[in-house]
Write a protein that binds this ligand. Structure first.
Ligand code: 5GP
Length: 193
């Protein structure tokens, strides 16, 4: 198959609080050829999250079964929970002729990169600085102090892996960051056509 006919696998990774969720939504709203990959996770649903929409929430046992069945393209343990991208959910999206948008961490991005036949574009999004990140994590009121500290220390570790991405973008102003992502996507789409 030619690259031009291959669906684009757009991977967005970032430390939590860098604005990735907002950007993911904006991309999907502005371009309906993209569909977000819904991951499986063993994490408990947050109050505003819906099973089958935000994630497929499963038990550890179920997740382990899926690993054994080789059901995942990639999976990783993050903050004591497992997260994974099932092959069936991606095949469903690409089967519908859509491009896939992944909100996954660097471990998942690395594993996906091993599938050389996939048309993957990896973008790493950074907050302007660690103080701003802390401010965003506190103001979204989603995590307790311990979880925020964990996320902040993961930030420094994650930064090292940003070098394995095709692009690194700083999300200072969300509209500007969004325009940059759109430009990268259209440049890739032109390249491949
Ligand atoms: P959260 O618990 O805040 O929803 O997500 C925590 C982290 O897990 C985020 O960095 C998110 O990108 C990552 N993540 C979500 N789904 C997956 C997945 O399927 N695979 C991998 N490797 N990471 C994921």
């Amino acid at each position: 198959m030619q690259n031009s006919t291959k669906p684009l696998m757009l991977v967005l990774s970032s430390p939590s609080g860098a604005g990735k969720t907002t950007l993911t939504k904006k991309i999907q709203e502005s371009d309906n050829s993209f569909q977000v990959s819904i991951s499986h996770t063993t994490r408990k649903a947050r109050p505003n999250e819906v099973d089958g929409v935000d994630y497929h929430f499963v038990s550890r046992e179920k997740f382990k079964q899926l690993i054994d069945q080789k059901a995942f393209y990639e999976y990783a343990k993050i903050f004591d929970n497992y997260y994974g991208t099932s092959k069936s959910s991606i095949n469903k999206i690409t089967g519908d002729g859509k491009n896939v948008l992944f909100d996954i961490d660097w471990q998942g991005a690395e594993q996906l990169s091993n599938y050389k036949e996939l048309n993957i574009l990896k973008i790493f999004i950074l907050p302007p600085n660690i103080e701003e990140l802390k401010k965003r994590l506190v103001s979204r009121n989603q995590d307790d102090a311990e979880a925020i500290e964990k996320r902040l220390s993961a930030y420094s570790r994650d930064l090292i892996h940003s070098k394995n991405y095709d692009h690194v973008i700083v999300n200072d102003k969300v509209e500007i960051c969004f325009k940059e992502i759109k430009a990268i996507i259209s440049s890739r789409m032109k390249d491949k056509n």
